[in-house]
Design a protein around this ligand. Sequence first.
Ligand code: C2E
Ligand code: MG
Ligand code: MG
Length: 410
Amino acid sequence: MSQSITDEIFLAMENGELQAYYQPQYDARKGVIGGAEALVRWVKKDGTVIPPMEFIPELESNGKVTLVDWYIAEAACKTLRKLGDKAVKISVNFSRKHASDVNFVKRLERLVAAYGIDKRLFGVEITETDVVVDKQLVVQWIEDVEKAGFPVAIDDFGTGMSSLSLMKDIPAHIIKIDRSFLNDNCQSEKGRVTLESVFYFAHRLKLDTVVEGVETPEQLHFLHACDCDLIQGFLFSKPIPESAFLTMCIEEAPVDVKTGNPLEFKSGFGTLRLLVESVYRKYPLIVYVNLSKNSYYTMRKESFINDSLSATGTYDEGYCYVKTLIAKEYHEIMDEAFLRENLLKAHANGEEKVIRMVPQHHSDGRKVLMCIEDYFMTSEVSKDVFMVCFFQEIDAEEYEVNAVKERKEV
Ligand code: C2E
Ligand code: MG
Ligand code: MG
């Protein structure tokens, strides 16, 4: 019995009954098509459409799924060629079974070259599977595919093997967030916080995000607050045959993605982002320091100080490095402002906040003052002393003028 489905699929491939359907993905900010996913369908002669879940699992378990994947990959290339300059990125599902194919990249390169397709328009979507595949092999495979210039997405993120721990090792730069995160229609506090956390994680790792299975305006509304990149779901379009997809791309008809007012969302995420953005406007560099444990972590909006300072490390070493970038005449003032023992002393004296000014000369001759506001906090659990430092550059001349004004007013 099980053998027969595989045989039938092979026959369907030969008869041209296996087809790629396309489900558009919308740019969540602009409402235009930002990409599409190719999904296999078995369209029988009588018009019956058999969905992949009725044959992919069996092909996965007997290893034959890779043939279907290549068949759909070629179909996607043909569609991309027809679209010409109207092409959007098409992502093709590839089973993890391909990880053991040492010729995978070469074969994919040959395929796209044969159809004259730009590699950036061909996305590789690594599907979730029940079949056990060596994780190290998968990591290496994805690394090779990304290096060759094909964008790689991890499908069904948050389920099975597509979990947090995988992402830390995998060089893919897109995650497709599984639709199970939307099960509660983004209505429960727990559901919303979970989804927000997934986005927080994705943004911190600078990953592009796609959410699949968006069916309702409530879900869409909430996803805007999470700053999602692409949205895929029945709300906008079901997977459609190639001809309909070609028309859609050529007409470029926008959809209303209803970008609402982030302040109305029942999520802290929209307002929290606004808050962080506004704090960055005033303070382009923020550094967290654990004074007791001698460690730091920087939150940097832009390259405010020399980019070669690592984002995290030992505080004392980081400070020594920063000193090498500053003229010697200012070292004494800097020591007062930055030496850990001085800061710990200030905290021990009961100070909650310290403000320091360090003069600096820019290479263009401009004199500036680096103003650092430090706020102390103590961990109730470990009793470690933490400090959050807000850095801000002030024009020295303007500062002096204002200081003189203030003195006069007094
Ligand atoms: P997937 O890659 O996660 O694809 C997304 C699935 O979610 C598709 O199901 C799509 O039709 C469905 N979907 C999208 N938006 C919505 C929505 O708003 N609501 C609901 N309820 N469903 C939505 P489909 O086409 O049945 O494919 C199922 C799975 O089969 C795919 O999941 C993928 O894992 C596998 N598959 C499909 N085509 C291929 C292929 O060419 N190769 C391989 N290896 N696997 C494939
Ligand atoms: Mg997929
Ligand atoms: Mg998926």
